[in-house]
Design a protein around this ligand. Sequence first.
Ligand code: DX5
Ligand code: ZN
Length: 220
Amino acid sequence: KSEIIIAPSILSLDYSEVDRQLEELMASDAKWLHFDVMDGHFVPNLTFGPDILRGFKKKTSLFMDVHIMVDDPTFVSKIFIEQGADMVTFHYEAMNSIEECIVLCKEIQKQGCKCGISIKPATPVEVLDSILEYVDLVLIMSVNPGFGGQSFMEDSLERIAYLDNKRKEDQYNYLIEVDGGINDVTGKKCIDAGVDVLVAGSYVFKGNIKEKVKSLQCQK
Ligand code: DX5
Ligand code: ZN
């Protein structure tokens, strides 16, 4: 199995110390940066727009993993791709049907970006069956999206295992990512269940960033 990818979520970054924290991140084993884009409608919180992504692109070559929690993924994906997103992951619940999700997924890939699909904890994982052959990544939300610092929902592990089995059976290539309440203990459980990418916000940015990232990575 290939190496676990750590994607620190800049939702938990301390913006009064952004330069120092970004340097620590770049000196760590993290390969991705996770951007939580929230529109105040799809989730009850508001974060940042594409200019912030462009600012980060000037400072780092980390892989830009953009998670859009918005009502209008078609519009929002486009503006983040224009500013250099490497992966855009949108929510199934924001679209009218899985067929519509497949259309948007292909549009995102046509623009030269990788595409992920995400589901909230209350959405059954099987709704994604027909899009699995197209997507580059599936993101399992292990908390209700909107805020950092919540506790990991244990039933996410079954959802991860389902996707891992399905990928083996049907020979699909997507990565499996998990987001919400990830720390050294919950991260290990997800790795055992078959996850490839761990998103971590509050855990990574409280304390020594480099050591926190390492503690997530070193547990295969
Ligand atoms: C939650 C976001 C997460 C969040 C995770 O809606 O999608 O990416 O930053 O934060 P922690 O790791 O603190 O649960
Ligand atoms: Zn996220």
